[in-house]
Design a protein around this ligand. Structure first.
Ligand code: SAM
Length: 271
């Protein structure tokens, strides 16, 4: 088995195991709910009813349902059997088969998506961080986008203030894990796979010179990471205050380049 095959089969197993509890976990995590709201606000500022959106690493299809309910036509893709099963259920439950289509497909094989051009390519919550080289996915974008189309990628960057703060707790390995040049091992449902962290500069380089940056925001710069559940529960009002700080400042340098995730939107022009 090649290195990439091993990575992908670990990712498929990990997320298939996680797929059955994914939405349930999110419902109990105020920071995750807030983060998704911020991403949607960002994405919707570029979308119009009737637009065609290609979603990469869709997970359980939560965003697909949201976009479809706002008049967007969605084609959702994910590599994991379990996640695709969850999307199938959602499309059925919400009776949205006229607005959402889906297909099991790795974002490294987007050439399999036939006869379709999109106005928007969307990838939420770090799905692309499973790649070593972002261009394995981004190389397909020009052939999938209409001229003037946009791509919105939500990616985990190397600098995350709340992870770096672990220096003060003596947890140096964890504090600096995102700054390693080699892969960091992620751990989901007992399965390990590689994760890589990408700066906005890395993302723009992978997109190439046919894309220009139109909007960049940090996500959870001041707000503690969603995994810090004890903090959220112990200090709910402080967490809300930090949410507000994020909402006011995370679009400005240097806060737009750091955080638990960054939200980057770029415009495609074929010329
Ligand atoms: C953290 S989840 C994010 C899911 C969803 N976007 C959300 O906002 O909840 C990461 C997702 O990336 C998917 N994924 C990882 N590697 C992938 C690949 N090579 N191609 C397509 N999807 C992939 C996983 O199956 C998983 O559903």
């Amino acid at each position: 088995m090649k290195q990439n095959d091993l990575q992908f089969s670990a990712v498929i197993d990990a997320f298939t195991r996680q797929s059955v509890i994914y939405d349930y976990y999110e419902k109990g995590n105020q920071t995750l709910i807030w983060m998704r709201k911020q991403v949607r606000k960002h994405a919707m500022s570029f979308l119009n009813p009737g637009d065609k959106l290609l979603e990469l690493n869709s997970g359980t299809g939560t965003d697909a349902v949201y976009f479809a309910q706002n008049g967007i036509l969605v084609h959702s893709t994910d590599i994991s059997d379990g996640m695709i099963e969850q999307i199938r259920k959602k499309v059925n439950d919400y009776k949205l088969s006229h607005k959402i289509s889906f297909e099991q497909c790795s974002y490294t094989e987007l050439n399999k998506i036939k006869n379709n051009k999109f106005d928007f390519i969307f990838s939420n919550f770090g799905g692309l961080n499973c790649l070593t080289d972002l261009s394995e996915a981004t190389k397909f974008f020009p052939s999938l986008l209409n001229d003037g189309g946009k791509v919105c990628l939500v990616i985990m960057p190397p600098i995350c203030p709340w992870e770096l703060a672990n220096i003060f707790r003596g947890k140096f390995k964890f504090a600096f894990r995102r700054l390693k040049t080699s892969a960091t091992l992620a751990h989901i449902e007992g399965i390990h796979f590689n994760t890589h962290y990408f700066s906005s500069k890395n993302v723009m380089k992978a997109l190439g010179d046919k894309f220009i940056l139109v909007k960049l925001e940090g996500l959870a710069v001041f707000t503690p990471n969603p995994q810090m559940e004890k903090f959220q529960k112990k200090f709910p009002r402080l967490t809300q205050l930090l949410n507000k700080l994020d909402e006011s400042l995370s679009g400005y340098f240097p806060f737009n380049k750091i955080g638990d995730h960054i939200i980057l939107t770029a415009l495609y022009s074929s010329k």
